[in-house]
Each structure stands twice: as structure tokens, then as C-alpha cells.
Design a protein around this ligand. Sequence first.
Ligand code: RP5
Length: 162
Amino acid sequence: MAEQRPRVAILMGSRNDWEIMQAAEKVLEELGIASDARVISAHRTPDRLTRYMESAETDGIEVVICGAGHAAHLAGVTAAQTTLPVLGVPIGSSDLQGLDALLATVQMPGGIPVATFAIGKSGAKNAGLFAAAILAGRDPEIHERLRAFRVAQSAAVPERPD
Ligand code: RP5
């Protein structure tokens, strides 16, 4: 089978963010969506970010997920360089446990939107699901897989705790 072209980019500010951001990759994989994971820091490797975003759209990327901690500028700077939807995941890697990253990611000035998710693994998972929902609008197969995912999720919740 031909290798699927990645439609979602998963960028993270540090290799240390991967443990969290893998939750996005995992749920996308469950839904049959290929992603491209990269370590790209808005602060430490700004040229790498510019280079990646210059060709992202022509390479077939349709949604960009950005995870970063501390003074998290990755999602905002990425959004400044593209009109693709950018989903931000704050990472709790600092002494402020992600509150700093949450505010830095969510408080974008008008004109450059970043859809911001919860701090940590839940946020990464939901960003993956949200990316799938964006693609589902133009891809009936993904729409069906997303619907089936929800049905299975509901079925897995027990009615009683014991
Ligand atoms: C941010 O600073 C990264 O997203 C990471 O969460 C945090 C710390 O990076 P490391 O010092 O662990 O590489 O840029």
C-alpha cells in the first residue's frame, strides 16, 4: 500500500514535549490520518519554523497542531506565517505548570487566530480530534471514522461503577 501523505503537522517546541504530543499523533493514527511530527522551536530554531511553514501547504498539510511550554510562542508565530488552521496545545513543562503556556497561546491579538486546547495530554488528544473534524468536512471517510470513534467511546463507558 502506498504511504499516506501527512495532512496534519504536529510541531513541538522541544523533544521533551513529545510524550504529551504523541496523544495527538495516536488519535490521528486511530482515525487513519497520517501526520508529520517535528521538533521546531519558535525561540531556539526560528529559521526551521519559517522553512517548514514556507512549504507546508504545498506539501499537503491542511492543519497544524503546535505544542509548547513556558512562554509558548510556537502556535502564535506559526499562525502568523500561514492561513491554515493552527491548533495550540499548552504544555505544563514550566514551574507554572502550563498556565504561562496557556495564556501565551490563547491570548492572541485579533487577526491571527489560534484555537487553543487544554493543557497537556487531553489538549493534545482533543487537538488531534479537532484536526480530524476539520478534515471530516471535506472527506466523508474521515467523517464516518470520527462518528464511529464517538460511538465506540460511548459504548466503552460503563453504566455502573462496580
Ligand atoms: C518550550 O520550552 C518547549 O515547548 C518546552 O515545553 C519548554 C522547555 O524546553 P526544554 O528546555 O525542555 O527543551 O520551548
